[in-house]
Design a protein around this ligand. Structure first.
Ligand code: 0O2
Length: 246
C-alpha cells in the first residue's frame, strides 16, 4: 500500500512539473509580447508625438477556466490538444486612442519576423450582432526555453476606449442576467455600440485636424537640436550641414 502511495505521489509530482512548464510557456509569451508592445509604443510616441496605446492588460487563463472551456467545447483533456485548441490561454487586451491606431498596431505586430498571425477577426469592420467591436488576433510566437523552442499562441484583442467601455459593461450585464438579457437591454446595448462607433469616428476626425494644425504651425528649430531618449537629453552640436533649408 505504501508502495502504491509512493507511485501516486511520483506521478502527481511529474504531472505538477509538466503543468507548470506548460503554463510557464504562456507566461513567458506574455512577457515577450509586453516587451514588444512597449517598444512599439515608445517608438510610435516619439515619431508621431502622441501615444497610440492608452492601456495594456494581460492575463493568463486560470487552469479552472481552461478546463471549463475544454469541457464546454468537448475537447480531449490532454496537453497537446489543449495547446492546439485553446488559443487564448495567454491573452492581451490593448486599448488604443483611435481606430486607425488599432490597424497600425496590428500591422506592426504582423511585420515582426518572429510573429505569425494565425487568425484575424475584424469585429470593427464586421461587428457582432450584439454590437461588440474589437480586432482579434491569434499570434504564434517562439519561446526559447532552456532545452527547446516552444511555439505558443497569444490572443490579442485591440480596441478603442469607447469599444472597451461598451464591452466591459456588456460583459457585466451578461453575467448579471445569467446570459438571458431582457429584450429592451439588448436594443439599448446595440444603440450604445452604434453611438460608441460614431464617437470614435468623431474623435478621429478631430485628432486629424489637430495634427494638421500642429504641422502647419511647426517652427523650424534646426539650431536647437536635442535628442531626448528616456530622460537623457543629447545635444546635437550645430554646424552648417545641419542647418535646415529655407
Ligand atoms: P474571456 O474571459 O474574456 O477570455 P473561442 O471561444 O475564444 O474559442 P470565439 O468565440 O470565436 O472562440 O472567440 P472570439 O469571437 O475571438 O472571442 C473571444 C473573446 O472575445 C471572448 O473571450 C471575450 O473576451 C471577447 N468577446 C467576444 N465576443 C464578445 C461579446 O459579445 N461581448 C464581450 N463583452 N466580449 C466578447 P471569452 O473566452 O468569452 O472570455
Amino acid at each position: 500500500m505504501n508502495f502504491e502511495h509512493s507511485i501516486d505521489m511520483k506521478e502527481l509530482k511529474a504531472l505538477k512539473v509538466e503543468l507548470t512548464r506548460f503554463m510557464m510557456a504562456y507566461k513567458f509569451a506574455l512577457d515577450e509580447m509586453n516587451t514588444k508592445i512597449n517598444i512599439l509604443k515608445e517608438e510610435f510616441n516619439y515619431i508621431h508625438d502622441y501615444n497610440p496605446i492608452e492601456h495594456v492588460k494581460s492575463r493568463l487563463k486560470s487552469p479552472e477556466s481552461i478546463l471549463k472551456k475544454v469541457y464546454r467545447k468537448g475537447y480531449d483533456f490532454s496537453l497537446p490538444v489543449i495547446k492546439e485548441k485553446i488559443r487564448d490561454i495567454a491573452g492581451i487586451r490593448i486599448t488604443c486612442s483611435f481606430i486607425s491606431d488599432i490597424y497600425k498596431l496590428s500591422k506592426m505586430l504582423d511585420n515582426q519576423k518572429d510573429i505569425r498571425v494565425v487568425d484575424y477577426k475584424d469585429y470593427i469592420k464586421n461587428p457582432k450582432p450584439n454590437g461588440y467591436q474589437s480586432l482579434h488576433l491569434i499570434l504564434e510566437i517562439p519561446i526559447f526555453m532552456s532545452d527547446r523552442v516552444e511555439t505558443t499562441n497569444v490572443e490579442v484583442q485591440i480596441r478603442t476606449i469607447a469599444m472597451d467601455f461598451w464591452a466591459s459593461l456588456e460583459h457585466k450585464i451578461y453575467y448579471k442576467y445569467n446570459q438571458e438579457i431582457p429584450g429592451h437591454m439588448i436594443d439599448e446595448l446595440k444603440e450604445a455600440a452604434t453611438m460608441a462607433a460614431e464617437l470614435d469616428r468623431k474623435m478621429e476626425r478631430l485628432h486629424k485636424d489637430i495634427i494638421e494644425i500642429k504641422h502647419a504651425n511647426q517652427e523650424e528649430d534646426g539650431e536647437n537640436m536635442v535628442l531626448t531618449i528616456e530622460k537623457d537629453n543629447i545635444h546635437i552640436p550645430f554646424f552648417e550641414p545641419l542647418r535646415p533649408k529655407k
